[in-house]
Design a protein. Structure first.
Length: 254
C-alpha cells in the first residue's frame, strides 16, 4: 500500500484517535479502506460508529455482526465498533435523517471515543444516498457550530441554549474530513484514477489523499466478503472497479 500524506499527518508522532462515522454496515470497506489502512499503518486507534444497522429488509442483526467481522478483518478492535441504539436513523433510499439528531449523535460518539479526527461522507454522499448525505450535513453543522462557539467564547450568555450544547461540550480540538465524491467516470476507473488524482490541484493544507495499490484482489475485497448478506454480483464489480477501493481523497471540513 502506498500513502500520500499531507504535512499535518507527518507533523507529530502522537498517535491519533480516528472516528469513522458511517451510515450502514459495509460503508467502511466499500468507501474508506485506503484511509483505514493508512491509520492502521501509523498505529492510530480507529473507531467505527454506524448510525443504521441496515435493517431495511429485516437483516439488521445479521449486518451488525458482519460489520464487526469486517472491522476485525481490517485490523479494528471489535470493542471500537459502535451502533446507534436510538432507532432514529432508519435505512432507506428515500429517507433523510434529521440534521440536529445526526449532529448530537456524532458528538456523543466523539465524546465516547475521545476522537481527534472524524471522517465521513461529503455533501454528495459518494452514491447520492440520502443517509450518507444526512451524516455529512450533521457533521458539517457540528463543525460549524464548534467554530462559531470558539469565536464567540467570550460571550457566554447563551451557553445554556440547546443549540450550543454540542459545541460547548467539545473540550478538545478535533479535525473533521469528508470523503470526496467524484464523477461517474472517475468513480469506476479504479486504480487508473491515480494519475488524474495526482494532476488535480488540491490544497495540501486541507486535503489528504490515501492510495492503496493492491490490485488482485483489492484491499477492500477481504473485509467485503464478511458482508455475506450484501456481497451480490454488482458489489463484486464495485470492489474491483471502484476508485474507492484504491483512492480516498479527504477534504477538511472547516
Amino acid at each position: 500500500m502506498k500513502n500520500h500524506l499531507n504535512n499535518d499527518d507527518n507533523s507529530t508522532l502522537i498517535k491519533k484517535k480516528v472516528l469513522f462515522v458511517i451510515a450502514h454496515p459495509d460503508d467502511e470497506c466499500m468507501f474508506f479502506t485506503p484511509t483505514i489502512q493508512h491509520y492502521n499503518l501509523i498505529e492510530s486507534e480507529i473507531f467505527v460508529a454506524c448510525l443504521s444497522n441496515g435493517n431495511a429488509v429485516g437483516l439488521g442483526k445479521i449486518r451488525e455482526k458482519e460489520l464487526i467481522d469486517s472491522c476485525i478483518d481490517m485490523g479494528i478492535n471489535q470493542q471500537n465498533v459502535f451502533f446507534d441504539q436510538s432507532n432514529n436513523f432508519q435505512d432507506g433510499m428515500n429517507i433523510m435523517w434529521d440534521t440536529d439528531l445526526v449532529e448530537n449523535t456524532i458528538l456523543s460518539f466523539i465524546k465516547q471515543t475521545s476522537a481527534d479526527i472524524v471522517i465521513s461522507f461529503d455533501e454528495c454522499g459518494i452514491s447520492s444516498h440520502p443517509n450518507h448525505i444526512s451524516i455529512s450535513n450533521g457533521l458539517k453543522q457540528l463543525i460549524k457550530n464548534k467554530s462559531s462557539s470558539t469565536t464567540s467564547s467570550t460571550s457566554s450568555t447563551l451557553s445554556n441554549r440547546t443549540t450550543t450544547t454540542t459545541t460547548n461540550s467539545l473540550n478538545k480540538e478535533i479535525k473533521a474530513y469528508k470523503l470526496e465524491t467524484v464523477n461517474i467516470i472517475r468513480k469506476y476507473i479504479g486504480i487508473a484514477d491515480i494519475p488524474l488524482t495526482k494532476l488535480l490541484s488540491y490544497d495540501g493544507n486541507s486535503t489528504q489523499t490515501f492510495i492503496s495499490t493492491q490490485l488482485f484482489p483489492p484491499s477492500s475485497y477481504s473485509p467485503m466478503t464478511k458482508h455475506k448478506s450484501q456481497f451480490v454480483w454488482f458489489r463484486y464489480l464495485f470492489v474491483f472497479l471502484s476508485r474507492y477501493s484504491f483512492i480516498n481523497t479527504l477534504i477538511e471540513i472547516k
